[in-house]
Design a protein around this ligand. Sequence first.
Ligand code: INI
Length: 155
Amino acid sequence: MSPVQTGELNAAHLSVAIVAARFNDFIVTSLLRGAVEAWESHGGAADRLVIARVPGAFELPVAARQCAASGRFAAVIAFGCVIRGDTAHFDFVAGECARGLARVALDTGVPVMFGVLTVETAEQAIQRAAVRAGNKGGEAMLGAIEMANLLPRLA
Ligand code: INI
C-alpha cells in the first residue's frame, strides 16, 4: 500500500493565530481556554500563539484573512458563538462567517479551523464549550496542529 501522509500532533516550532469574537464572550472564553490547554499540552510555545479579539462572528473572516495572508502563521483558528434564539439575522451572521472563513483558507492556502458554534440555545453552546472532554476549542486546536503539519507534505 502507498504511504499515507498525515500531520502529527506536535506544535513545537509552529506559530498559530486565533481570532475570537467577543459576542457571547462567556462561551468563546471557554473555547479559548480549551485551545490554549491543547496548545500547551502538545508542545506549543506561548510566544508563538497569537490571540486577537473581534466584535462578533461576522468580523472573523477579515481578521482571519489578515493573519493568513501575513505569512506568519501555519494555521488560523476562528472562535465564535452564534445562537439562533438571540438574533433574527442568525443565518446571515453564521452563513457569512462560515463562507468567509472557508474562502480565506482556499484563497491563502493556510488552514482555517471553524471553531464557531452555531446552535439553537445557550445550553447547547455551554455543552460544547464547557465540558472539558468535549471542549470544541481543544478540538479546533488539534485540527490546526494536524493541518499545519500535514499541508507542507502535500506541496
Ligand atoms: N455575533 C456573534 O458572534 N454571535 C451572535 O449570536 C450574534 N447575534 O446574535 O447577532 C452576533 N452578532 C454580531 C455580528 O457578528 C457583528 O459583530 C455585528 O453585526 C457588527 O458587524
